[in-house]
Design a binder for this molecule. Structure first.
Ligand code: F6P
Length: 331
């Protein structure tokens, strides 16, 4: 009987559990043994494992987080850590390893592949949506939905006070969350990696202040979506600059980790389920060294190398056109 191992790694993302469920059920159907390793790669290094058939996998479907727990594993950056992970795979006579995680996790999988000759399959699990080889990553839809709902609430109080509000969203170093949330909430400004560089901070403050001045006549609020890790000093510094230079009482909110949790959207659950089933099929079809994603409605396989070394482009074309047209009155 083939033995498949699975783990979730890096920043957890909603619907990782749905992927685990699909993998476990598919293994049962195909009479494969399925072993889960806890705490990301740490569990592989320390050999903390569980027979997935013994977990109450069905009831995890609607919950965020991951029943296998997750972690960022610094030991995987050393040869020693990678070798130890490979030794555990050998000890359990694992035939194939599935890792659900983001780019760092898939790099870890590539490192394992160099020392362990059996099959490795990656699934895109991150809220950031920054992986080439899939239109959406598992968890992205939920993060955008959660942020949108939270910002709608902020908009109510911002409208009541005709106030400027800065909301900082996650995304690590890419603007998929920022732009999608910005359009969904009708933000007057979106500041992200794709349209801003740190040396433009002063120019940007002046630009925003001009737009705010125009907006004042509409008696509305002015919402700025800011990508994290971007503005020098973060949302607090932007708020202080606007308040000082524009004599404003703007407020800010960092949405933070609420974007990582919560009940996954049906879209995320179904994507995770489809990719989870496809990962077991790929193993049965002797596929190796790939990540499985979904592009234009079709399940696609991309080599780990292409996923890791090709940055995913954000289509800023449509975003800019929308933003231009939807905020034309500010120009
Ligand atoms: O990769 C997911 C993510 O939530 C990013 O959006 C964010 O930059 C990072 O993880 C935060 O990581 P941590 O929870 O380790 O601080």
């Amino acid at each position: 009987m083939k033995k498949i191992a699975v783990l979730t790694s890096g920043g957890d993302s909603p619907a990782m559990n749905a992927a685990l469920r699909a993998i476990t059920l598919s293994c049962g159907y195909h009479q494969l043994q399925c072993v889960g390793f806890y705490h990301g790669y740490n569990g592989l290094i320390d050999d903390q494992h569980v027979d997935m058939q013994n977990l109450n996998i069905n009831s995890a479907l609607q919950h965020g987080g991951t029943i296998l727990k997750s972690a960022r594993c610094h030991s995987m950056l050393s040869n020693e850590g990678v070798m130890q992970a490979c030794n555990t795979l050998r000890k359990h006579d694992i035939d194939a390893l599935i890792v659900i995680g983001g780019d760092g996790s898939l790099k870890g999988l590539q490192a394992i592949k160099q020392h362990w000759k059996r099959q490795v399959i990656g699934l895109p699990g991150t809220i950031d949506n920054d992986l080439n080889g899939t239109d959406n990553t598992i968890g992205f839809s939920t993060a955008v939905t959660t942020a949108t709902h939270a910002i709608d609430k902020i908009r109510d109080t911002a409208n009541a006070f005709e106030r400027v509000f800065i909301v900082e969203v996650m995304g690590r170093h890419s603007g998929h969350i920022a732009f999608n949330v910005g359009i969904a909430t009708g933000a007057e400004a979106i500041i992200s990696f794709e349209n801003f560089s740190k040396d433009q901070a002063n120019i940007k403050v002046n630009e925003i202040l001009k737009a705010i001045e125009k907006q004042a006549s509409t008696h509305g609020s002015f919402l700025i979506i800011l990508a994290e890790n971007l503005w020098p000093g973060g949302a607090q510094a932007l708020k202080e600059s606007l308040n000082k230079q524009g004599q404003l009482n703007s407020a800010m909110c960092i949405l933070g980790h609420i974007q990582r949790g919560g009940s996954p959207t049906p879209e995320d659950r179904n994507l995770a389920t489809e990719l989870g089933l496809a990962s077991v099929d790929a193993i049965l079809n002797s596929k190796d060294n790939i990540m499985i994603g979904k592009c234009s409605g079709t399940v696609v396989e991309t080599t780990l190398n292409d996923v890791i070394n090709t940055p995913k482009q954000l289509n800023t074309g449509w975003v800019n056109a929308h933003q231009e047209q939807l905020t034309y009155y500010l120009k």
